[in-house]
Design a protein around this ligand. Structure first.
Ligand SMILES: [Zn+2]
Length: 240
């Protein structure tokens, strides 16, 4: 059986902190090698924090390369995803905190957050949301139905099993599998089923082919796997 495979988590463009770049050719090469037909791309945090213009350049590239699905990096001004110009989602990353390390809880008290959440609920696009567990929980409590995708099954913000316990009953909270172990993916699958888990590789931190093989080799029926590999994402972003 052939099923569509979409990578829901990759980084495109230059990284200031690493001094490297993920090129279009590099991403397309990995996709071809893996049988991935479309790729969600977002800017590297270090690049977006230095120059917000990267959002526009990433969007231009996605207009040129039809396989790309562009997400908007939400800047520290908490500007919501600009509606109607081609972004399919957003990336929220350690807002004013320390990247990949500690959340800044003052961000939760900023009056702008309420505006951001209201606007985002109206826009209706999902947001890949990475913060510590307690921050994520406080944020999700402030939202009604904003769809939030927690990357790495929560591994950078705490213990994935704690994320699972906290959010298992929240239908608007999704998880991506990037860099998570097969065992943990199965724990999530057993608890929340197949409709809130998304395949993602986190290129360049993960290799697309290896991350995909991890999902393909899970002891899950193909019908359910297809949801993880593409159908859930397509539903989230309204893609055919
Ligand atoms: Zn990432």
């Amino acid at each position: 059986m052939t099923m569509e495979i979409i990578d829901s988590h990759t980084h495109w463009g230059p990284s200031v902190s690493m001094g490297t770049e993920v090129t279009t050719e590099g991403l397309l090469g990995q996709a071809e090698q893996s049988g991935v037909s479309r790729i969600v791309i977002f800017p590297f945090p270090s690049m977006a924090l230095k120059d917000e213009g990267i959002n526009g350049r990433l969007l231009d590239e996605a207009n040129r390369i039809k396989k790309f699905i562009p997400y908007y990096y939400i800047p520290e001004t908490m500007k919501p995803i600009p509606g109607g110009n081609g972004f399919y989602g957003g990336k929220w990353h350690w807002m004013r905190g320390i990247q990949d390390c500690s959340s800044n809880y003052q961000s939760l008290e900023d009056p702008k957050l309420k505006e951001f959440i209201e606007a985002s609920e109206k826009i209706g696009l999902p947001i890949v949301f990475e913060e510590e567990l307690a921050f994520t929980e406080a944020f999700v409590k402030k939202t009604k139905d904003l769809r939030v995708i927690i990357p790495h099954l929560g591994a950078l913000g705490g213990n994935p099993i704690d994320f699972l316990d906290i959010f298992k009953a929240r239908e608007n909270v999704y998880f991506d599998t990037a860099l998570a172990s097969s065992d943990i993916v199965m724990r999530f699958f057993e608890k929340i089923g197949h409709q809130r888990i998304l395949f993602g590789s986190d290129v360049p931190f993960g290799a697309m082919k290896r991350e995909l093989e991890k999902i393909l080799s899970l002891r899950i029926g193909d019908d359910k796997k297809e949801w993880i590999l593409s159908k859930n994402l397509k539903g989230l972003i309204g893609l055919r």
